[in-house]
Design a protein around this ligand. Structure first.
Ligand SMILES: NC(=O)c1ccc[n+]([C@@H]2O[C@H](COP(=O)([O-])OP(=O)(O)OC[C@H]3O[C@@H](n4cnc5c(N)ncnc54)[C@H](OP(=O)(O)O)[C@@H]3O)[C@@H](O)[C@H]2O)c1
Length: 331
């Protein structure tokens, strides 16, 4: 399979490294992956016979761009890992649409285009008989979206409930375990590299909201936007509230929830107290989890998956292998 990797930051570079580290497993699948392009925002590397991925850093040329890929049409699949832009979806929106229109499969980690126009992009994939895989957009290694697409096929998904953000989950656990206040717990998460220097998108609930919106639109066939959702974060939680919650034998979690009652779809992100019998009660630390209720397949809860750029890249490799195996994601 000949591929282009568009975006050579944390995830893109980890993906290229994985192709070497996981070579044995890739070979067992019977796929030969040949990387013809690696691009960043300033240019790229191109070799129609396959790039020597050991030494790309000094080989970027400014004339090699996404348009070169579209002009040459010499890859089967594009890995799109440019930054997420939730307002315009660009540059990923154009990359994904052009790749699909030109008969190339796309595997992406980029939430922007999927948030804004999954339906249109999926239609393009179907029309051009290629796959659009988005497994990395809703929790990276956690097989949340693909679990829903594959393992609830033919069932009516009635609700989606998720602890979808590892940073906020870590902060809440830290407050529970050590009795510290929110700002101390955030500081520790930043020192450990779990929270970003600017943690706003995580702690105010927007990362959870984005993932929930993708799950809702894709799995419940909706065309909702972030404006349709009530979103609250965790920044106002106090040590007293945490203590009271522990006293009730419960745990606070930032829960993204969608319910569909006879076509009335409601979405929210807010702190909830979960009791011990709730399937997401034990989703601790950086962990994530999602719970679906469906009819007639019943309840399905998926918990786990590692965090970070390498597991994110590994979830892209997983999608690529599943395309090779012949799974149909776009329908
Ligand atoms: N990091 C994670 O653990 C994780 C997990 C799940 C999903 N994601 C998603 O995966 C995507 C990539 O994340 P990341 O952490 O790798 O981001 P990143 O480190 O910021 O890397 C983004 C890369 O995209 C390149 N780029 C920007 N505009 C481009 C353009 N027009 N054409 C080609 N390349 C372009 C950048 O080039 P320059 O280097 O020249 O700026 C950079 O190499 C994001 O959408 C993110 O939301 C990340």
């Amino acid at each position: 399979m000949k591929i282009a990797v568009v975006g050579y930051g944390g995830v893109g570079a980890a993906f290229i490294k994985l192709l070497k580290d996981q070579k044995e497993y890739i070979n067992k699948e019977g796929i030969k992956i040949q990387v013809n392009y690696i691009l960043n925002s300033r240019g790229g590397v191109y070799n129609p016979h396959g790039i020597d991925c050991e030494d790309v850093v000094n080989s970027f040329e400014k004339d090699i761009t996404f348009n070169t890929i579209i002009k040459n049409k010499d890859v089967d699949l594009v890995v799109e890992v440019t930054p997420t832009n939730k307002e315009t979806g660009q540059p990923g929106m154009t990359h994904i649409a052009k790749a699909l229109e030109n008969g190339m499969h796309v595997v992406t980690a980029n939430k922007g285009p999927i948030l804004l126009n999954y339906k249109g992009l999926n239609e393009l994939a179907v029309k051009n008989n290629v796959e659009l895989c988005i497994g990395c957009t809703t929790g990276g290694a956690l097989p949340s979206i693909n679990g829903g697409i594959m393992d609830l096929a033919g069932s009516n998904i009635l609700s989606i409930e998720g602890v979808l953000n590892g940073t906020t989950n870590f902060i809440l656990n830290e407050m529970e375990a050590n009795g510290v206040d929110y700002s101390q717990a955030l500081k520790k998460a930043q020192e450990l590299g779990i929270a970003e220097t600017n943690p706003t998108l995580d702690v105010e609930g927007w990362d959870t909201a984005s993932k929930l919106l993708i799950l809702t639109n894709v799995l419940m066939n909706q065309e909702k936007t972030l404006k349709d959702m009530n979103v609250e974060g965790i920044t106002k939680i106090t040590p007293e509230e945490i203590k009271d919650c522990i006293g009730e034998n419960k745990k606070y979690k930032l829960v993204g929830k969608t319910t569909n009652e006879n076509g009335n779809v409601k979405m929210s992100v807010k702190l909830e107290k979960l009791s011990k019998d709730h399937p997401l009660y034990n989703v601790d630390g950086k962990n994530k989890g999602v719970r679906y209720t469906s009819d007639p397949l019943g309840d399905l809860t998926i918990i786990g998956g590692a965090s970070g750029v390498t597991p994110a890249a590994a979830s892209i490799l997983r999608d690529l292998i599943n395309i090779h195996r012949g799974y149909k994601f776009s329908r």
